[in-house]
Design a protein around this ligand. Structure first.
Ligand code: G4P
Length: 523
């Protein structure tokens, strides 16, 4: 199928990770401008565009945030780009993490005045664990930032990844003059006098401008040339394989707000960002995207897209084959046949009803309650089951019970369903059997509470237990007497024992006392 091969080679599916306020929205918007999807800046931020306007849940409107990761698709540079959003702030949740399981590469946006911030680090750890190629954009160069060397050094030491600067700032803030672009052998001038002055070619050796220019009179010029020399002598080698293994990150500088360096970044990124990757099955074999049998997996379920219909949308990442509207597939877990007729694709300017989609694309399948997160769907006779999506170690816990004791039945039904959907994690206390919810972000509790009330007609009481460190132990090594006042022994939903420690000190104390017991984290 030449068509399939061609289509999938043009796909680039990625997420942007960052700490809130680093400029993720602004850079996304510039990309949409470059892709010709929006015509004016401020469309995304101002929520004027269709794609950002969301009426999915009341809670979204109340808080003015987007609860779950959305998908944007647009064309740029002969490529079809799928950007999967990774919500931050208070809307950080397991969905944010799970989105990273559905991308082929990641862009990390860092505020150049602030450097690596906590949320970036958390998300990066997951990217690193999965060996996903990562590209770094140091943003806000139009503001006074930190020294470029200092930023790159922090990136390497804090995140444990090698960096390769693709370009280098000539000043920052008030004195920002441009980018020394080693990769394209040119200087990109900030606020050039004319368009002709925007890109100044470098000489063959790359150590000076090819033609005399006023920029060479700038006191920063010699300084930058020294820095470039240092980078060339002592920096990392450019190594495409290392980039694809997620061991080396190409580093770019720029300013999303003033649209400086964004186009250069995006087009260079498109040169190296990988096309859709094969995916492992539960038995460890690989499904290649060129496999002509359609297969995909559910990485997110969005409930209540339309409160009047109470429908749900399962977000499916296509791994192989071609999706065609109305096709028959099997839902592997239930060995159930389904027809995919009501399917949405997420073009940036509209939510269209999709006819065809290819590996790398995300489709939204309307669901009446069949799907769970992590499910595989496939077409054809040969059964496919993709490897399980990872469980993430929750960091916040709450005791939960039904406000009205007479509502036990719907309480259990709701909890079971929402846990299966991956809205939240559930544990039970080892001895008392009470229910404990675990989450990576506060929003998950709110969504849980909201949906219990609205969909299961059950008000719940949530009692915060604060932050805890969850560590799994091998059931054979467990002695329930290991539980103490500094930890709480619980079961996860597969009945595996987990200790919830008050803090790192309590965990160390435990390890000192029981040196043979291995404490395991999830991702
Ligand atoms: P986020 O999605 O990562 O949370 O960040 P977002 O793009 O919303 O940007 C956060 C703030 O930083 C915004 O300002 C935005 O205008 C600003 N910003 C983004 N990129 C740049 C840049 O390259 N240079 C400068 N100087 N600022 C940048 P705000 O005042 O919080 O919001 P707004 O009122 O301007 O929309």
């Amino acid at each position: 199928m030449a068509n399939l091969e061609e289509e999938l080679q043009t796909r680039r599916t990625f997420a942007i990770i960052s700490h809130p306020d680093a400029g993720k929205t602004t850079i996304t918007e510039q990309m949409l401008l470059l892709g010709g999807v929006v015509r004016e800046a401020g469309t995304v931020k101002g929520r004027k565009g269709n794609f950002a306007k969301s009426d999915w849940m009341e809670i979204e409107q109340k808080r003015g945030i987007s609860v779950t990761s959305s998908v944007l698709q647009f064309d740029f540079d002969d490529k079809r780009i799928n950007i999967l959003d990774t919500p931050g702030h208070e809307d950080f949740s397991e969905d944010t993490y799970r989105t990273l399981m559905a991308v082929d590469s990641v862009i990390m946006v860092i505020d150049s005045a602030k450097g690596i911030e906590p949320q970036t680090k958390k998300l990066f750890e997951i990217v690193k664990e999965r060996h996903i190629p990562i590209f770094t954009f140091f943003n806000k160069l139009d503001r006074d930032g930190r020294e470029a060397f200092d930023l790159v050094d922090e990136l390497e030491s804090t995140l444990g990844i090698q960096a390769y600067p693709m370009n280098w700032p000539i000043g920052s803030g008030q004195i920002l003059a441009g980018l020394y672009d080693l990769y394209h052998k040119q200087v990109e001038v900030y606020r050039p006098a004319s368009n002709a002055e925007r890109f100044l070619p470098l000489n063959e050796a790359g150590n000076d401008l090819a033609q005399a220019n006023a920029l060479q009179e700038n006191p920063l010029w010699d300084e930058v040339r020294d820095e470039i020399e240092l980078l060339q002598d002592a920096g990392n080698e450019f190594d495409e394989d290392a980039i694809l293994r997620g061991e080396l990150t190409p580093v770019f500088f720029g300013s999303a707000l003033t649209n400086f360096g964004v186009e250069t970044f995006l087009s260079t990124y498109m040169d190296y960002a990988p096309a859709p990757a094969p995916k492992k099955t539960a038995t460890g074999t690989l499904v290649e995207p060129t496999d002509e049998n359609f297969a995909g997996f559910v990485f997110k379920i969005q409930a209540n897209m339309d409160p009047n219909h109470r429908d749900r949308i399962a977000f499916v990442r296509i791994v192989s084959g071609e999706f065609t509207r109305g096709m028959d597939v099997t839902l592997q877990r239930l060995n159930k046949k389904l027809r995919l007729s009501n399917v949405t694709q997420f073009m940036a300017d509209s939510r269209e009803n999709v006819q065809n989609a290819y590996p790398g694309d995300i489709i939204g399948v309307y669901d009446t309650g069949n799907f769970q997160i992590g499910d595989t769907i496939y077409a054809g006779k040969k059964a496919v089951e993709f490897e399980e999506l990872p469980t993430f170690t929750p960091e916040m816990f709450m005791r939960v019970r039904a406000k009205n004791v007479l509502k036990q039945k719907s309480f259990h039904k709701g909890v079971t369903q929402l846990v299966q959907e991956g809205t939240i994690q559930m544990y039970t206390a080892w001895d008392s059997g009470e229910y404990i919810l675990g989450a990576v972000g506060q929003l998950q509790f709110e969504v849980f509470q909201f949906r219990m009330e609205n969909e299961y007609n059950t008000e719940v009481t949530l009692e915060p237990m604060g932050a805890k460190t969850a560590r799994w132990v091998n059931a054979e090594q467990l002695d329930p007497r290991m539980a103490s006042s500094r930890n709480l022994l619980v079961r996860d939903r597969n009945d595996a024992p987990v200790f919830l420690f008050e803090n790192a000190f309590a965990e160390r104390w435990f390890s000192d006392k029981y040196p043979d017991v291995e404490l395991e984290t999830k991702l």
